[in-house]
Design a protein around this ligand. Structure first.
Ligand code: B12
Ligand code: SF4
Length: 319
C-alpha cells in the first residue's frame, strides 16, 4: 500500500516541483460543470502538482530582447510537453499498484464550461449547444477542473489578489496539473504557512491590460477556508497578455499589427508571431500577476526559491 509520502516523492522524481494531496470532499461547492468528482466518482484523492516557471524564462521579456523563452518553455512547453510527460510517468506508479490514475493536464479543448470571460454571468456554467449530458444527473462533457482551487485544496499555498495561485516555494511562478485516483491517500492539511499576498496591489498596478480590479473581489469557500481574489476582466487580460498593448509589444510595428494583436484571444495568439509547441503565446510576460508579484515576494524574503541577485535592476522598459 503506497503512502502519501511515497506518492509525493515519486511525483517530484517524475518532474513536479511541488506536490500536495486533496481529499475529494474538499470540492464540495464546486459548480457541477467543474466538479472533479463527476469525472471519477470512486476517487479518494487528488494529487496536485506545480511546475515551476523558470525565473530565467522571464528574463528576456524583462530586458525586452528575447520573448520566446517564456512563450515556449514558461507557457506552452509546460502545458503541452513537460506536464503531460510527468503525468504519464507518475500515473504508472499508481496503476502498477492497482489503483486507477486519471490525468488532468492543462488541456481543456473539449470543455463545456464557458471560461472565455466574454459572458461573466455564465462563469462555470454549461455552454449551450456544445455538448449534452449522457444522463440528466451528470454534467455535460467535458468537466473542467479549476486547477488553482485544486492547489488550495491540496494545501500547497493560497490564491493571491491577482487570482494567481501562490506557493511558498515560487510565489506565482508555477503552472499546475492534477491526477485523481481511487488510492486512499492521506490528504495534506490546508496551507497554514505565513500569508504570502499582503494585498500590496502591485499586480493590479503593473497589469498590462489593467485587467485586475483594484476594488471588486470574488469570494468563495474551499473546505471551510475563505478564499478571495480581485475580479479579473478576462476579455482585457486575454487580449493584453497576447500583445494588445503597443507599449509592451515590440512586434507591433505596423497599422495591420495594431489590429492583429488587438483581436480576441484565439486570433491574437496566432497573429504574426507563431505559436510555440503548437500553442499560443504570452507576449507581455505576465507583467503584473507574475513579475510584479514575484519581485515583491522576493524582496520580502518570502519565497524558498531564493536568488543571489534581484530580478529587476533597471526601470521596466515601455515603448
Ligand atoms: C481560461 C484560462 C485563462 C483565461 C481566463 C482566466 C479565467 N477564467 O480564470 C485567460 C486567457 C485570461 C488566462 C490568463 C492567464 N492564465 Co490562465 N487559465 C485558464 C484556465 C484554462 C481556466 C481558468 C478557469 O477555471 N476558468 C473558468 C472560470 C469559470 O473560473 P472561475 O470564474 O474562476 O470559477 C468560479 C466558479 O466556477 C467556482 N469554482 C470552480 N471550482 C470550484 C471549486 C470549489 C470547491 C468552489 C467552492 C468553487 C469553485 O469558483 C470560481 C469563483 O466564482 C486555467 C487552467 C485550469 N483549468 O484551471 C489556466 C490557469 C489559471 N492560467 C494560468 C496562467 C499562468 C495564466 C496567465 C499568467 C497567463 C500568462 N499571461 O502568462 C494569466 C493570468 C491571469 C490572472 N491574473 O489570472 C495558470 C495559473 C497558475 C497559477 N500559479 O495560478 C493556470 C492554472 C494554467 C495551469 N495549468 O497552470 N487564463
Ligand atoms: S497576464 Fe498580463 S494582462 Fe493578464 S492579469 Fe496578468 S499582467 Fe494583467
Amino acid at each position: 500500500m503506497l503512502t502519501s509520502g511515497q506518492v509525493k516523492d515519486f511525483a517530484r522524481r517524475c518532474g513536479a516541483d511541488i506536490v500536495g494531496i486533496a481529499s475529494m470532499d474538499r470540492f464540495e461547492g464546486a459548480p457541477k460543470q467543474m466538479d472533479p468528482r463527476y469525472i471519477f466518482p470512486d476517487a479518494k484523492a487528488m494529487v496536485v502538482m506545480g511546475f515551476r516557471i523558470l525565473r530565467g524564462a522571464l528574463r528576456g521579456i524583462e530586458e525586452g530582447t528575447f520573448f520566446v523563452a517564456y512563450a515556449g518553455m514558461g507557457y506552452a512547453g509546460i502545458n503541452w510537453v513537460y506536464q503531460p510527460v510527468t503525468l504519464w510517468n507518475f500515473c504508472k506508479l499508481l496503476e502498477d499498484d492497482g489503483y486507477e490514475a486519471v490525468p488532468l493536464p492543462n488541456n481543456f479543448p473539449w470543455t463545456n464550461t464557458d471560461s472565455s470571460g466574454q459572458n461573466p454571468e455564465r462563469t462555470g456554467l454549461m455552454r449551450e449547444s456544445w455538448s449534452r449530458p449522457v444522463d440528466p444527473d451528470k454534467p455535460a462533457p467535458d468537466v473542467f477542473i479549476h486547477l488553482r482551487i485544486a492547489a488550495v485544496a491540496a494545501g500547497m499555498g493560497e490564491i493571491g489578489y491577482s487570482k494567481m495561485f501562490l506557493s511558498p516555494e515560487f510565489g506565482p511562478r508555477q503552472r499546475l496539473a492534477a491526477v485523481i485516483t481511487d488510492a486512499p491517500l492521506e490528504p495534506d492539511p490546508l496551507y497554514e504557512g505565513p500569508p504570502l499576498c499582503d494585498r500590496c496591489m502591485g499586480c493590479a498596478t503593473a497589469c498590462t491590460g489593467q485587467a485586475i480590479s483594484p476594488d471588486r473581489t470574488i469570494k468563495i469557500n474551499v473546505a471551510g477556508r475563505d478564499v478571495e481574489w480581485g475580479e479579473i476582466d478576462y476579455s482585457l487580460c486575454s487580449r493584453y497578455f497576447c500583445g494588445a498593448s503597443e507599449e509592451h509589444n515590440p512586434f507591433m510595428v505596423s497599422p495591420e499589427d495594431r489590429e492583429g494583436f488587438a483581436q480576441s484571444v484565439g486570433a491574437a495568439q496566432q497573429y504574426k508571431v507563431s505559436p510555440t509547441y503548437f500553442y499560443g503565446r504570452a507576449l507581455e510576460g505576465a507583467a503584473g500577476c507574475i513579475r510584479a508579484c514575484m519581485i515583491h515576494l522576493e524582496e520580502q524574503g518570502k519565497l524558498k526559491n531564493a536568488f543571489k541577485n534581484p530580478f529587476r535592476k533597471r526601470k521596466p522598459w515601455r515603448l
